[in-house]
Ligand binder design. Structure first.
Ligand code: SF4
Ligand code: SF4
Ligand code: SF4
Length: 290
């Protein structure tokens, strides 16, 4: 995207005009999970690192393999999420124990990615899924910066880049199918279902074998709650899950923004102006930043 100095000044002028028309902000109410929000429960005590979930995710979402040569042979073993890898299995260690951990979008009840996406390209959809609409995306990558789980990835190598992240296989629902990763797991280390049922199952496992687990259920309250929940044998720090409080990040960020901009008008106008310029630049064939 190429922004001209003149264009940027026009955008700032429009933002200032918008701010002048702003009305006082209302307090922001955090979004909460609904019992039938679709989610995943990942149990790190069961995972054997077979990566069947990663392969199944690729096939279900039409993503290419991410091949690395190891000892002269090609392996599809990405080390992290990327523009064509929507879920990944990583290794963890706390010095005495080690194991595997699955990463994908957490489907936050109050997602920071959607909060900073002024175009609404990332937004809450049916059953609490955090959806992505490419036709609204201007490629600003604010979502990448805002996500506390480092999930959204920009497709740098694509001719028509998008933001890539798990959408809980929502394109399969019409065919009566659910998340592909959960379908193939031979250990039921990842299962899918309504969040309320997953939470009940997580607590059932904790109560049945408390010595096998440490740290409760991650995602029950962290960051305001997530639809993807985790159980761990070693707490959640070694698994790379951030220590979030109970409040969702957008509640704080938007309160500050409301205070600064008196009703959110200025950033909306500013972003809108930049968005228009971005689309004009695209149409003119100037392309994306590398
Ligand atoms: S994990 Fe990140 S990308 Fe997924 S919903 Fe939460 S903030 Fe958005
Ligand atoms: S729910 Fe679908 S898109 Fe998300 S990680 Fe599982 S297979 Fe991949
Ligand atoms: S399919 Fe199940 S056991 Fe295999 S890596 Fe994925 S979560 Fe772990």
């Amino acid at each position: 995207m190429t922004l001209t100095r003149r264009g940027a000044l026009q955008a700032l002028g429009a933002a200032a005009a918008g701010a002048a028309l702003a009305t006082p902000a209302e307090a922001r109410t955090p979004h909460r999970s609904a019992p039938d929000d679709l989610g995943l429960l990942y149990d790190a005590t069961r995972c054997i690192g077979c990566r069947a979930c990663v392969t199944s995710c690729r096939e279900a979402n039409g993503e290419p393999r991410d091949v690395t040569m190891m000892a002269g042979a090609p392996y599809d073993a990405p080390v992290d999420l990327n523009g064509h890898t929507l879920t990944v299995i990583k290794q963890w260690s706390d010095g005495t124990r080690d194991g595997f951990v699955k990463a994908q979008c957490m489907h936050c009840a109050d997602p920071a990615c959607a909060s900073v996406c002024m175009m609404g390209a990332l937004h809450k959809g049916p059953r609490g899924v955090v959806e992505y609409s490419v036709d609204r995306c201007v490629g600003c990558r604010n979502c990448q910066i805002a996500c506390p789980f480092n999930v959204p990835k920009f497709q740098w190598t694509s001719a028509a880049p998008q933001i890539a992240k798990c959408e809980l296989c929502r394109h399969r629902w019409a065919a009566g199918k659910g998340p592909a990763c959960a379908e193939v797991c031979p250990r039921q280390a990842v299962i899918a279902g309504p969040r309320s049922e997953l939470l009940a199952e997580a607590h059932r496992r904790l109560a049945a074998t408390p010595q096998a687990y440490q740290g409760g259920v991650y995602g029950e309250t962290e960051g305001g709650g997530t639809a993807c929940l985790y159980l761990s044998p070693a707490g959640f720090g070694p698994l790379g899950l951030p220590p979030l409080g109970r409040e969702p990040a957008p509640a704080l960020v938007e309160s500050v923004q409301h205070g600064i901009y008196q009703g959110f008008v200025a950033p909306v106008v500013l972003f809108g102006a930049f968005a228009v310029m971005a689309w004009k630049n695209r149409a003119a064939g100037q392309g994306e930043e590398p």
